[in-house]
Design a protein around this ligand. Sequence first.
Ligand code: G3P
Length: 216
Amino acid sequence: MKFFIDTANLDEIREAEALGVLDGVTTNPSLMAKEGIKGKDNVFKHYKAICDIVHGDVSAEVISTDFAGMVREGEELVMIDPKIVVKVPMIKDGVKAIRYFTDHGIKTNCTLVFSAGQAILAAKAGATYVSPFLGRIDDVGGDGLALIEQIVHIYRTHGYATEVLAASIRHVPHLIKCAELGADVATCPLSVIMGLLKHPLTDSGLEKFLADAKKM
Ligand code: G3P
């Protein structure tokens, strides 16, 4: 399973990249706004800065909701860097735009996916990635992991090439379960990636080894 970091914060991206386990980055307008990035020029410069840090795919989201606007934006975004993947919302014109980008050799990430039906449409349109938001489903009393399992099963059964990118991951058990279920990618905050490191027996064991090393 690939690890993407779900942030537009350059320091966090650098820290995850330095760990040597990062395969890419996902952003969205909320994450960009959180970093105080304003205006098209600055937004594009920020995407470039992210691409310069990582070696993998970087999802950059369109903000148009009509087909022509999404195509125009996507074609501009991919000029920033070859690592850019155009993130497109799961709406009618979004599906059409994903088909257009697929036919023109442009990678896409279909976002805001909350059902298996939407995931099937994304795959049929040729999306490179589909992003089911499992945490947000849990937030409203649903079962986000069950959706990941269902999409993985459908994609494997029918041989769809679209990769399942589990998004809106909130904690370590979410991430581990996504790995068990066969998600191709998990995108999560830095805290979740770093959370994988933690075990109290590792800490106490190391403390003992270091104490004993002084007696060697
Ligand atoms: O980038 C999409 C997704 O991961 C958003 O997560 O935490 O805002 O539900 P969250």
